[in-house]
Design a protein around this ligand. Structure first.
Ligand SMILES: [Zn+2]
Length: 121
């Protein structure tokens, strides 16, 4: 892959990483706040725990993406970027443009979604 393109993906990954870190941080602050503002009203309590649950699952997803971004950055360092981590085939540029941290080619992604890919590394 040409250096200029690689650098632009790297910039995008770093940018995305920074913004996700901001989001994750904010959610954690919010979670703590909801905790300290303990109220005796059961309805409020329920809605608080619902919000917390929602935030938790959202930040779990953010963390997952963060992890994938970090891995993608490592692959750039290792000169393995743009190649499927499962089969080693080149990933379509279209896919990388959409999600620079994508790990799989379309074939392996499909297998993964159908639970037919062993994700062990
Ligand atoms: Zn593949």
């Amino acid at each position: 892959m040409d250096k200029k393109k690689l650098k632009s993906y790297r910039d995008r990954l770093l940018e995305e990483r920074a913004s996700l870190m901001g989001v994750v941080g904010r959610n954690e602050d919010y979670g703590r706040e909801a905790d300290t503002e303990a109220t005796q009203d059961p309805a409020d309590k329920a809605s608080n725990s619902y919000t917390k649950e929602l935030l938790f699952s959202q930040s779990t997803n953010d963390r997952l993406i963060l992890q994938q971004i970090d891995e993608a950055l490592t692959r750039i360092e290792d000169d393995e970027f743009g190649v499927c981590v499962n089969c080693g085939n080149e990933i379509l540029t279209k896919r990388i443009e959409a999600l620079p941290w994508v790990r799989y080619c379309i074939t392996c992604q499909d297998l993964l979604e159908r639970g037919m890919l062993n994700e062990e590394e």
